[in-house]
Ligand binder design. Structure first.
Ligand SMILES: [Zn+2]
Length: 211
């Protein structure tokens, strides 16, 4: 039985990736995985966005949550060293994918979604371009999963990466679109409260310009 794991944030790219994977890739089973980093003061995943379960219900795929906490706890307060309050979300996703790959060697295919960076978005150009990051992720994943043993065939793919963000938005079913939230710094973690200012919000709002 083949299983595909979709790294799932509930934003445009990961929802479009799920849509793509379900309709175009021949897995026997698809599983969505998200992660929460509750101790990160600045993070889009401090709490679980309830829309993720609703979207997974629509596609009839299970949702699993990888829940991270800081093993050093409050030591950084007591012992005079600081903990950063921000880690780029790509680190969260990559670490989660690698953890699952290590624990489940029979799962070969991991998918994540990004756009191609063909559209500029606001003043902040964000963290793209996409391709260098995709390659970095491929190398990191491959090294982590395989470098201490034989290649077990596990791969991290960006299967919808040939689409622009607007094209990804276009393949998302209309009944799912209201559940999609791209914001990296939501005002509330209810899937309905984008900040309207962050680069992900700017990217989302500006992708329709020139349409
Ligand atoms: Zn935002």
């Amino acid at each position: 039985m083949t299983t595909g794991v979709v790294m799932f944030s509930g934003g445009v790219e990961s929802v479009a990736t799920l849509e793509w994977v379900v309709n175009n890739m021949a897995f026997d089973k698809v599983v969505c995985v998200t992660n929460t980093w509750k101790d990160m003061e600045i993070s889009g995943s401090r709490k679980l966005n309830p829309n993720l379960q609703k979207i997974c219900d629509y596609y009839d795929v299970p949702l699993r949550v990888y829940d991270y906490t800081d093993p050093l706890g409050d030591l950084h307060f007591e012992d005079g060293f600081d903990r950063t309050n921000y880690t780029h979300s790509s680190n969260h996703w990559l670490l989660t994918a690698m953890q699952i790959a290590s624990r489940y060697p029979e799962i070969k295919d991991f998918m994540w979604g990004v756009n191609c960076g063909l559209k500029t978005h606001g003043d902040d150009k964000g963290d793209y371009p996409f391709l260098p990051r995709s390659w970095q992720w491929t190398l990191i994943f491959d090294n982590y999963v395989h470098n201490k043993g034989k290649d077990g065939g596990q791969r991290l793919y960006p299967p919808a990466s040939h689409l622009t963000k607007l094209q990804m938005w276009g393949i998302i079913p209309d009944e799912v679109k209201p559940l999609v939230q791209s914001c990296g710094f939501p005002l509330a973690w209810d899937g309905q409260s984008p900040c309207g200012k962050c680069n992900k919000c700017n990217e989302f709002n500006s992708m329709f310009i020139g349409e």
